[in-house]
Design a protein around this ligand. Structure first.
Ligand SMILES: NC(=O)c1ccc[n+]([C@@H]2O[C@H](COP(=O)([O-])OP(=O)(O)OC[C@H]3O[C@@H](n4cnc5c(N)ncnc54)[C@H](OP(=O)(O)O)[C@@H]3O)[C@@H](O)[C@H]2O)c1
Length: 438
């Protein structure tokens, strides 16, 4: 890149994108906001005590950028549940390396090249990286970039983090590579309305399977059936007996279970698997906020032996050699309108990039690492608000126990009113009968 190009960088001193016609100014030092890990959160939902925002000065001067590096302005990041497991301070479960304390965290993201010291990348290129620093600006080695996005492809940018990103790839691997779907296979998908589940169900339908999903609200049940073509779906928060629910929805058993939640759901599924069923284990989100001694056990794992089930954990990072096949297939499905996607993009006009509308301060009571929380350049892929299943059960128990009690009180009150009204009437009747006879 020449020094002439340098003067064309269109960021203001505050790092905002500038519209055409506005005075452009070359900026060499920016105050870049970034999220860093201040403390590990071994249990529970991480809060603003753990994740914090700070501003750091960053030089974008060309001579300060090393060879084979690019300066990036971050556009979107994907807040995937695995990020939670990188903040616990202990290596288990997904075995992703822990984020280092006081260091900026990283996430799968999309950025715009604003300066380049690599001939393969030009200013303005839109690029993907699995581990972008979650910061407004960063300088990264160009060999970590996964691909350039072709704007002419006509695919909206956030889709490269959704159906063409980690969730879509995880769904494709789980269903098509490990699930081995056949026309007529009975497929069950948990967390079905999540980033992975919505594509997994549609991919299984394209293979001619019967697909049923579980999710946490009636609205999401409707979404699955009306928008994502699921044959059926149920709200697991309303099912008091998951085993009975699966008997109802799968009278002929389950051939493929795409495991996203773990715990009680997995236990229930294992009572309904058919011979040679496949269980691609994509994740177990219900267990991420607990240390391993607190996690739920699965008592009927023995069924895996008798039903000769193939249960296999997988990570997208281990299948990067299949990413091109996946992207080609998925892009073609999108263009043909065979796969639908639903994204909530949180936009914020606040100039406080990253500490936008939905900061972790506000998001700490939600599952901050399920598509939630923070966003670069004031846009964010919004999360699903999620209380823990125990909270839901407590709520369910509360309403169960209150309703009959209220009913009893009402019956008692009515009986008393009745008695009070009836007694004088009876007396009156008695007096009338006596008077009539005399
Ligand atoms: N193996 C891999 O490489 C890979 C890659 C991507 C994702 N994953 C895994 O795939 C799973 C889904 O990821 P995603 O991207 O679809 O996540 P997502 O879009 O963030 O959605 C997660 C959904 O999980 C459900 N959920 C949250 N807490 C739960 C709990 N305690 N019990 C039951 N359900 C709960 C919620 O939906 P409801 O309202 O329906 O409960 C939530 O919306 C996760 O386990 C994730 O770790 C794995």
């Amino acid at each position: 890149m020449t020094s002439q190009n340098q003067s064309e960088i269109c960021v203001s001193k505050e790092g905002e994108k500038m519209s055409k016609g506005e005075k452009r100014e070359a900026v060499n030092i920016v105050e870049s906001k970034e999220w860093y890990l201040a403390d590990y959160a071994p249990q529970g939902v991480p809060t603003s005590d753990h994740l914090k925002l700070r501003s750091v000065p960053l030089s974008l001067a060309l001579d300060s950028i090393p060879q084979a590096h690019v300066a990036i302005q971050l556009l979107f990041i994907s807040i995937d549940p695995y990020l939670r497991t990188r903040m616990s301070g202990h290596d288990d479960g997904l075995y992703f390396p822990q984020f280092l304390l006081n260091q900026v965290i990283t996430a799968f993201g999309i950025g715009r090249v604003i300066r380049s010291k690599d001939d393969k990348y030009n200013e303005g290129d839109i690029v993907l990286n699995a581990f972008f620093p979650v910061a407004e600006y960063c300088v990264v080695p160009s060999d970590v970039l996964i691909r350039k996005i072709d704007p002419a492809a006509g695919v909206p940018l956030p889709e490269y983090l959704s159906c063409l990103g980690v969730p879509g790839f995880a769904a494709w691997l789980g269903i098509q590579v490990l699930g081995d779907p056949k026309p007529g296979s009975n497929v069950f998908i948990s967390a079905a309305a999540g980033g992975v589940g919505m594509f997994a169900g549609q991919l299984a339908k394209l293979k001619g399977c019967k697909v049923i999903g579980s999710t946490g609200s009636d609205d999401k049940v409707r979404l699955l059936m009306e928008e994502f073509g699921y044959d059926d779906a149920f709200n697991y928060n309303k099912e008091t007996d998951l085993d009975a629910a699966l008997s109802k929805y799968f009278p002929n058993g389950i051939d493929i279970y795409l495991e996203n939640v773990g715990g009680k759901m997995l236990e229930a599924v294992l009572n309904h698997v058919n011979l040679h069923a496949r269980i691609p284990v994509c994740g177990m989100i219900s267990q991420y906020n607990q240390t391993w001694t607190e996690r739920e056990g699965v008592r009927n794992l023995l069924n895996v032996v008798g039903k000769e089930v193939r249960m296999e954990g997988y990570l997208v990072a281990s299948y990067l050699d299949r990413f091109a096949d996946f992207a080609k297939e998925m892009e073609s499905y999108i263009k043909q309108g065979k796969i639908r996607s639903k994204l909530k993009i949180k936009r914020n006009n606040n100039k406080e990039c990253l500490s936008a509308n939905l900061t972790l301060h506000e998001a700490k009571y939600v599952d901050p690492l399920s598509r939630a929380g923070f966003r670069a350049k004031c846009e964010c892929i919004e999360s699903r608000i999620k209380s823990s299943p125990n909270d839901n059960k407590a709520k369910a128990r509360k309403s169960e126990s209150l309703e009959p009690q209220n009913l009893r009180l009402m019956v008692l009150a009515l009986t008393r009113i009745y008695t009070l009204l009836l007694l004088p009437l009876l007396l009156l009747l008695l007096l009338l009968i006596v008077a009539f006879h005399s």
